[in-house]
Design a binder for this molecule. Structure first.
Ligand SMILES: Cc1cc2nc3c(=O)[nH]c(=O)nc-3n(C[C@H](O)[C@H](O)[C@H](O)COP(=O)(O)OP(=O)(O)OC[C@H]3O[C@@H](n4cnc5c(N)ncnc54)[C@H](O)[C@@H]3O)c2cc1C
Length: 223
């Protein structure tokens, strides 16, 4: 399998980096080809811009329409977008590894969604969910969060389980584009627990990834 890891953390000794390293180690160890897009490392541009396109329609600027136009013109997107699209299209599995920021992903990863999951590339008119253009690919969120197990319950302080919190991404983004979505792995209380508990969480992640293909935990799957 070809695995793409889209990774967003500023610090190489962070827990998120440790989770990314576990993913590389486990999946490479199983003989898969693993490519990492280190978004902060390459200074990925988070903001959608007019100059994301080599040529535009020349009409009223609508980012979505320009994406479709660029996709039709043999991927006439800016080079950084083309590079990520190539990695995306070559991948069978895409893992997104990042901390939870405001119930979501850091802006740099949201920017990857905005700019790379383009109309005409990842989805199209009438090509959503089970007919999305990324049908056949698998995706999984791997995240860390400051909040505790107790706070991440439907009736808890945050009024959401981790799966409920990540619904806009798992459903509204990844499944929207046609991908089969694995249940997310979310490390909770990441900063406040001790090293032993963090090491246990990494072992749990290792177990999930070791059995990613032979015993997957699906959240959304299109037959
Ligand atoms: C803008 C913003 C918004 C946020 N919004 C939310 C939110 O909506 N909900 C929420 O719950 N939280 C939120 N947070 C908190 C955030 O999710 C956590 O701070 C983050 O997930 C912690 O992960 P980290 O990798 O950055 O931690 P780090 O501080 O890098 O790591 C935590 C600890 O793990 C240690 N560690 C590193 N590697 C290992 C290893 N191999 N084994 C054991 N220990 C190791 C580190 O030394 C450190 O002590 C937000 C934070 C910010 C900045």
């Amino acid at each position: 399998m070809n695995v793409l890891i889209v990774y967003a953390h500023l610090e190489a000794t962070s827990f998120v980096a440790a989770m990314k390293n576990v993913a590389v180690e486990v999946l490479q160890g199983q003989g898969h080809t693993v490519v990492v897009s280190d978004l902060y490392g390459v200074g990925f541009n988070a903001a959608a811009e007019k100059y994301d396109f080599v040529s535009t329609t020349g009409e009223h600027f609508n980012y979505m329409n320009e994406q479709k136009h660029a996709a039709t013109l043999q991927m006439s997107f800016a080079p950084d977008i083309v590079g990520e699209i190539q990695k995306l299209l070559a991948a069978d599995v895409i893992l997104f590894v990042a901390p939870v920021w405001w119930f979501s992903v850091p802006a740099i990863m949201k920017g990857w969604f905005d700019r790379v999951l383009a109309m005409g590339v990842a989805w199209d008119k009438g090509r959503l969910y089970e007919t999305g253009l990324l049908r056949g690919k698998q995706a999984m969120m791997i995240m860390s969060a400051g909040g505790s197990h107790d706070s991440y319950r439907a009736e808890g302080k945050h009024r959401a389980t981790p799966i409920q919190m990540l619904h806009p991404i798992n459903h509204g983004t990844l499944a929207f584009c046609g991908m089969d979505v694995h249940e997310p792995f979310v490390s909770l209380s990441t900063k406040s627990v001790d090293d032993t508990e963090r090491a246990r969480q990494l072992e749990e992640l290792k177990f999930r990834l070791t059995h990613l293909f032979d015993s997957p935990s699906w959240l959304i799957r299109y037959q």
